[in-house]
Design a protein around this ligand. Structure first.
Ligand code: FAD
Length: 438
């Protein structure tokens, strides 16, 4: 296809959503795709992901090489043919030690560090399709121009494109543009004052300090003064361990989801009534909390798209990390956009594709934002006495895990295509949206 007939797609943000989407779109000869990433090079901040089955299905839809990029970088949680889970266990109170949930059940399930996963995706994108050190600062649309979307970067450079797909993370410029900077949902919030105290240690060191079984699995130990989790990284050479505490952020910035908000220090003495195993992890985390941050998420945006501009991933629906499904939702977004852009042959089809994306993806991804908030309350024993009744907790988690994990990701792509083609409207989602039931 002649160069000037290709649809020019600008992806801003080369994180999980942006790179996965680019890996899909660059295979389509009718598209001219470029990724603009703000950082000069990726930093490994030790963030660990335990991707659920819906994430793995979304990667497979983007391409076998995308799924394999993940498999090649990740650490298998056990045998490839064995189903592995995140175990949610009561860590305090009369029922301590009881298993209340198994999340993210999937064969050959793996944990992966964000940096490793980005590395794997990046290897799929030819160098000429990505620019680093390009921080988007302004978006303008000029209908009189050949390429209507104008992007300005903080180094003074500019570019134009037929559309902008903003995958620029929780503090998204694209979101501010679509919603308006003064919109109440434009910026992240930390409604419950969550602080995540986190440490990164070598697995060898961790095995001296905590029960070694927690260095090879993904446990979440619950209790009223914080839930504790461990996630093995970098092919089991490092361990990320954390304590997430509700109400720990004390500065006024707590309402703004400001990652630098001040918080109380982590005091292991407050965890004396937790199980001994849980206390060991708290003590290990408290030794070095320099990798800690205040959490944040997004109140619901009224739309993810307008005309030629859309947002995806955390830019559209940042969630608290407690349901372990933020990256999975970013990958579902990428899979849906990839399917839609297979059909976008002309710029005048873009707005319809982005409207279909919004219609299909917004309800489900915003339900996951709500779900992650609810997981946080349940983990903190703050949800209506649920922790006193392990059976009730089990029923809750089983239903919620099915909503994220067992979802028909392929069906969602098909629903988006039906909406795009005008076969049906909202009913295109029948049978794939799932019912959150709360
Ligand atoms: P990001 O990965 O944040 O990428 C955004 C990119 O945009 C970045 O590279 C950034 O540098 C770039 N950028 C930002 N602004 C600009 C700009 N103005 N111009 C250009 N580029 C810009 N999810 C799961 O599914 N499973 C898990 O187990 C899980 N665990 C988690 C644990 C923790 C502790 C946390 C914090 C999150 C976890 N998540 C998990 C959520 C997951 O990490 C995020 O949802 C996911 O990274 C979102 O991907 P993204 O590409 O939308 O955003």
């Amino acid at each position: 296809m002649a160069e000037n007939h290709r649809v020019k797609v600008a992806i801003v943000g080369g994180g999980i959503a942006g790179l996965a989407l680019a890996a899909g779109l660059i295979k389509k000869p009718h598209l001219d795709v470029h990724v603009y990433e703000s950082v000069p090079a990726y930093q490994d901040v030790g963030a660990g992901l335990a991707l659920h089955l819906n994430a793995i299905k979304a990667m497979a839809l983007l391409g076998d090489e995308v799924r394999q990029a993940y498999s090649g970088k990740a650490l298998t949680m056990g045998d490839e043919n064995q189903e592995m889970v995140t175990e949610v266990i009561l860590g305090q109170g009369p029922h301590h030690g009881q298993l209340v949930a198994e999340l993210g059940r999937a064969k050959g399930r793996k944990t992966v560090s964000r940096a490793d996963l980005l590395d794997g995706f990046l290897a799929l994108i030819p160098k000429e399709h990505i620019s680093f050190g390009k921080r988007l600062v302004n978006i303008a649309e000029k209908s009189s121009d050949k390429h209507v979307v104008h992007l300005s970067f903080d180094d003074g450079s500019e570019t134009t494109a037929d559309c902008l797909l903003g995958a620029d993370g929780i503090h998204s410029v694209t979101r501010g543009y679509l919603l308006g900077a003064d919109h109440p949902a434009a910026s992240p919030k930390n409604h419950d004052g969550w602080q995540i105290y986190r440490t990164l240690v070598s697995t060898e060191e961790a095995r001296k300090q905590i029960n070694p079984k927690w260095t090879t699995s993904v446990p979440i130990l619950l209790g009223p003064r914080g839930h504790i989790n461990c996630i093995p990284l970098n092919k089991n050479t490092r361990l990320s361990a954390g304590v997430a505490v509700r109400g720990a952020v004390v500065s006024p910035a707590s309402q703004n989801g400001d990652g630098n908000a001040s918080s109380r220090p982590l005091d292991p003495a407050l965890y004396a009534d937790y199980s001994e195993e849980a206390q060991q992890i708290v003590r290990m985390v408290a030794r070095d909390t320099s990798a800690s941050w205040a959490a944040g998420d997004h109140d619901h945006a009224p739309t993810y798209a307008r005309g030629r501009v859309a947002m995806l991933g955390d830019a559209a629906h940042a969630a608290l990390p407690f349901a372990g499904n933020g990256a999975a939702q970013a990958l579902e977004d990428a899979a849906v956009l990839d399917a839609l852009f297979a059909l976008v042959r002309r710029p005048d089809q873009i707005a319809r594709a982005l409207a279909a994306f919004d219609e299909v993806r917004r309800p489900r991804s915003q339900a996951v934002v709500d779900l992650a908030r609810k997981f946080g309350r349940v983990y903190a024993y703050a949800e209506d006495g649920m922790h006193e009744d392990p059976e009730r907790m089990r029923a809750f988690f089983a239903e919620m895990a099915a909503f994220t994990n067992d979802f028909d990701v392929r069906g969602q792509n098909e629903a988006a295509l039906r909406v795009f083609k005008g076969v049906d409207g909202v009913s295109g989602m029948d049978g794939v949206r799932g019912d959150l039931g709360n």
